[in-house]
Design a protein around this ligand. Structure first.
Ligand SMILES: NC(=O)c1ccc[n+]([C@@H]2O[C@H](COP(=O)([O-])OP(=O)(O)OC[C@H]3O[C@@H](n4cnc5c(N)ncnc54)[C@H](O)[C@@H]3O)[C@@H](O)[C@H]2O)c1
Length: 250
């Protein structure tokens, strides 16, 4: 049986590039209608153009609400519902990483990572859950990270933020399960995107030596797991945080 998302409507935050854009493409391949949420309208529109080049018949739109603003997110979701009638899938993928030594952390660094990696997941989940509850079904997929299990040597707030994502995933799966809403997370290992390109070589090289599948993850590897979780193939899976890391032993 092919995995299909036919007639499903999906929002992907941070859907403009990297893992998010790979999720957008996988969902479109599976025939979903996809809404790309970017940090700026300009980049969201550019991603939509790129998507249409690859999939000329796709049904997609681009938006750029501030993910930490409850009103903006609520209104953006209402717009999606006006256009497509429903929201079936929310992929909370937008995130930033950090490799800042403890002593150098500023208030701004703290706010930045807490806002995008934790608060935005909460705000978007809350707004989407309202529509999903009404429909009596839905699916939320969060992008965590394997460092949420192991920590990392620098930038302690990044693993901390992703541990919070795991906590939200498990708690919301319990709160929303009775409403027919599944909440899961993918936890990527080192994956070839701009985020990894920005990390110091000294941080990435040792990680690669500890991957049994002997290669860095590709964004598509993560997107395949997100597609599985979004689909009916995962109908009895909720509250799971699934490592997609080539078996990394960190
Ligand atoms: N690349 C990896 O190795 C890796 C590993 C584990 C987890 N992750 C997680 O995967 C997710 C995607 O990361 P990526 O590697 O594709 O990174 P990326 O930097 O290529 O993409 C990040 C995405 O988040 C969006 N974004 C950034 N700041 C934003 C803001 N303020 N508001 C809205 N959107 C914003 C960007 O526009 C972009 O679409 C993140 O949550 C990241 O923590 C990545």
């Amino acid at each position: 049986m092919d995995i299909t998302l036919k007639d499903k409507v999906a929002i992907v935050t941070g859907g403009t590039r990297g893992i998010g854009f790979a999720i957008v493409k996988k969902f479109v391949e599976a025939q979903a209608k996809v809404v790309i949420w970017g940090s700026r309208m300009e980049t969201a529109e550019a991603a939509l153009v790129k998507l249409r080049e690859a999939f000329p018949d796709c049904d997609a739109m681009a938006m750029a609400p501030s993910l930490t603003d409850q009103k903006q997110v609520r209104e953006a979701m209402e717009e999606v519902v006006r256009k497509y009638g429903r929201i079936d899938i929310l992929a909370n993928n937008a995130g930033i990483s950090q490799s800042i030594p403890l002593e150098n952390y500023t208030d701004e660094d703290l706010d930045k990572i807490i806002d995008l990696n934790i608060k935005a997941v909460f705000v978007c989940s809350k707004a989407a859950a309202a529509h999903m509850k009404e429909a009596g079904e839905g699916c939320i997929i969060n992008t965590s990270s394997v460092v949420s299990f192991y920590g990392q040597g620098l930038g302690c707030m990044y693993p901390a933020s992703k541990s919070a994502v795991n906590g939200l995933t498990r708690s919301l799966s319990r709160e929303l399960g009775p409403h027919g809403i599944r909440v899961n997370a993918v936890a990527p290992g080192v994956t070839r995107t701009d985020m990894v390109a920005a990390l110091p070589e000294s941080m990435v090289a040792p990680l690669l030596q500890r991957i049994p599948l002997a290669r860095m993850g590709e964004a598509e590897d993560i997107a395949k797991a997100a597609l599985f979780l979004a689909s009916d193939m995962a109908s009895y899976i909720t509250g799971a945080v699934i490592p997609v890391d080539g078996g990394a032993i960190l």
